[in-house]
Design a protein around this ligand. Structure first.
Ligand code: SF4
Length: 285
């Protein structure tokens, strides 16, 4: 009965993280997003592998948003403040991941890496203009709320929004991007769906410019896209197709009820940061 109920369940959520995990490994996707209700309590007590790089991204993002909060209030951080904020954020994240035993040397590397990553980001044109007040009308968002798009719940908010003249700019920051991003334009254009749900922004795709600032191999790379109706249309199709595929996998999973029967990643490199690698069949391949 329970299985039948679950089989008929529809998963309406879309997020960039879901999309990336799904395209890389079906088993990891299922482990992360299926059975959520049933095992939430169980999962919170369970030891899960946490990759250093994920800890680093989380701490660095936290510090960046603190920095933006202060910048918005007119306070500029010195390097000393930035490094001590990084140290604090890493210590807090380590406390909440007690199973992650980390040597002091590695911890210091994470702190320095986060510090440098933020310093380099603040040299990017948009952030520089925000810091020197050339862009005065701006705000920032943490991607925690979803936007309703038809029957879908889409996590697609930008990290920063600013206005320049009559145009609105939507900016997404990616702290660790993949080398190949063939659908980057469409993925960035999902921010336009968020703008449709925001009452303070205009409801026209041609009033927006979208930006992706992604970190890859020690560098921040800026991609700018001028959206049009066709791009918006293709973005909607991408979301529908993704969510459809998530649900097909969900059905497949409930027929076998076995995570290990699902397809594994094609690249073992992807397993490095996977929280579900301990008992994964890929280890016996
Ligand atoms: S360890 Fe690799 S193959 Fe196994 S679930 Fe994780 S990403 Fe997939």
């Amino acid at each position: 009965m329970f299985v039948k109920l679950l089989m008929n369940r529809y998963l309406p959520e879309w997020s960039l993280t879901r999309r990336k995990i799904f395209t890389n490994c079906a088993r990891r996707f299922a482990k992360q997003y299926f059975f959520v209700q049933k095992t939430k309590k169980h999962q919170s007590n369970k030891k899960r592998f946490v990759a250093y790089s994920d800890l680093m991204i989380k701490s660095t993002r936290t510090v960046l948003f603190e920095l933006l909060t202060d910048l918005h209030n007119g306070t500029i951080w010195t390097d000393k403040v930035l490094i001590s904020k990084m140290r604090f954020a890493v210590n807090v994240d380590l406390l909440s991941n007690r199973q992650l035993k980390i040597p002091i040397k590695r911890k210091n590397q994470i702190i320095i890496h986060g510090y440098k990553q933020i310093k380099r980001l603040m040299k990017q044109k948009i952030l520089r203009k925000i810091a020197d007040n050339s862009i005065s009308e701006w705000s920032f968002y943490n991607r925690i709320k979803s936007t309703k798009f038809g029957h879908l719940d889409v996590y697609c908010s930008p990290d920063i929004v600013y206005r320049s003249g009559s145009m609105w700019h939507l900016v997404r920051l990616n702290f660790q991007s993949e080398k190949n991003q063939p659908f980057l334009d469409l993925e960035l254009a999902t921010m336009l769906l968020w703008s449709k749900g925001n009452q303070y922004l205009p409801n026209l795709a041609d009033k927006f410019v979208i930006h992706g600032i992604s970190y890859s191999r020690g560098k921040w790379i800026h991609k700018k896209v001028i959206p049009n109706q066709q791009l918006l249309q293709e973005t909607k199709q991408l979301l529908e197709k993704d969510v459809h595929n998530f649900n097909l996998l969900f059905q497949q999973f409930y027929r076998s009820n076995d995570y290990d029967s699902l397809p594994l990643t094609k690249s073992k490199l992807y397993c490095k940061r996977c929280p579900y690698k301990l008992k994964c069949p890929i280890n016996s391949e």
